[in-house]
Design a protein around this ligand. Structure first.
Ligand code: SF4
Length: 373
């Protein structure tokens, strides 16, 4: 008799059986991470939320990339999908490929993925207090991470923990290793998280809003530390943030996300000094600055679209001051901008948008000049 899977909960779908994915050819060897057409959806009571809806990007070995966007744009879900930490259900990676270090990891058994996660690929989370275990000393937790991925004795793992605490700038690492998370400040806890993430010499570090829970003065120190360690170890860095200033100071390339898709990508200087997408321009013009005192702060009008009622055309169209009929018909592809390495998902850069592009560029130049005063 064939066993049947019966869903007793009418709301939550049964986890589908793993499907054999048809994957394309591997990326060139200098590409460490290649995300292709990634779609991660959440099946909830009211329907399906396309949190990540077709994301593509590459990260070369030793390169740094910032994934930027406002809350809910899908940047954290992208990073959790790469780590395969999405709760299934309600989440589901419905399409795409993720190549890491020459292997397609979405079709890999979870047992193999666990060997990679925490070793070759590690993550610094935004809230260290909820990521560290309150009942073990921090030294113990780092040593456990080392033992899980390296063939070392307990003593060697403890030495590595102390060594890593010293590497992240902790003055008395031997003493601190014996302390519990609640005995440390927020900045110290985040240093511990960084020590743990780097303890197995990963090839890729994903830092998800690593400074959000910290005071402004500590934020700068932690960013400097991440940057210095990344340069020293040669690991690639994927930095998730909503802060354009953080991106400007920390990474080489950036990708701007909106409504689950990348809308602009390229080298940081090019994107920030010559934005090519109206959303990127809106983010830049809404940064408060001292010289804007007394002026009304620019905002991007409207709100992020309801995920159950996404616009049929460009997802930014209801908020875009440059929108016209074409934008309501279909969602644009990422278009290459001539003369550089920037791509933007906007019809202004298609032949149909040529007559409107001049006005956008005029505003873009004026906005950037105002921001860089
Ligand atoms: Fe605005 Fe149209 Fe470009 Fe979308 S495609 S960002 S609506 S101009």
């Amino acid at each position: 008799m064939t066993a049947k899977i019966v869903n007793l909960d009418p709301v939550t779908p049964v986890t589908p059986a793993p499907v054999r994915r048809v994957v394309g050819p591997p990326p060139p060897p200098d590409v460490l991470l290649d995300v292709r057409g990634l779609k991660t959806y959440f099946h909830v009571m009211d329907g399906t939320v396309p949190a990540v809806d077709g994301v593509d990007f590459q990260l070369k070995r030793g390169e740094t990339l910032g994934l930027v966007g406002e809350s809910g744009c899908g940047k954290s879900v992208t990073s959790l999908s790469i780590m395969r930490l999405i709760d299934i259900p309600p989440g589901e990676i419905v399409a795409g490929e993720i190549w890491f270090d020459g292997q397609e990891i979405l079709s890999m058994p979870m047992s193999q993925m666990r060997k990679i996660r925490g070793s070759d690929m590690s993550m610094i989370f935004q809230e260290p207090m909820t990521s560290l275990n309150p009942v073990f000393t921090v030294g113990n937790q780092i040593a456990e991470a080392v033992k899980a991925h390296r063939d070392v004795s307990g003593r060697e793992a403890w030495s590595r923990a102390v060594e890593m605490l010293e590497a992240v700038g902790i003055a008395a690492p031997k003493r601190l290793a014996k302390q519990y998370p609640h005995e440390l400040s927020g900045g110290m806890r985040q240093r511990v998280m960084i020590a743990m993430a780097l303890s197995c010499d990963p090839k890729l570090v994903i830092a998800d809003e690593p400074t959000t829970a910290l005071d402004v003065t500590i934020q700068a120190q932690i960013l400097e530390l991440i940057k210095a360690l990344q340069e020293r170890t040669g690991a690639a860095l994927l930095l998730i943030t909503h802060d354009l200033a953080v991106v400007a100071e920390t990474v080489q390339r950036m990708a701007v996300m909106y409504a689950g898709r990348i809308v602009e990508s390229g080298p940081v200087e090019d994107v920030l000094l010559r934005p090519q997408h109206p959303y990127t321009l809106g983010l830049l013009s809404s940064i408060p600055a001292l010289h804007k005192r007394g002026r009304q702060l620019d905002v991007i009008k409207g709100v992020v679209p309801n995920p159950f009622r996404m616009p049929a055309g460009c997802k930014f169209e209801p908020r875009c001051p440059y929108a016209w009929d074409r934008c309501r018909q279909s969602d644009p592809e990422l278009l290459a901008i001539p003369g550089g390495d920037v791509r933007a998902r906007c019809y202004l850069h298609s032949p149909e948008g040529a007559s409107r592009l001049a006005e956008f560029e005029r505003v873009s130049v004026a906005t950037v000049a105002d921001e860089t005063l």
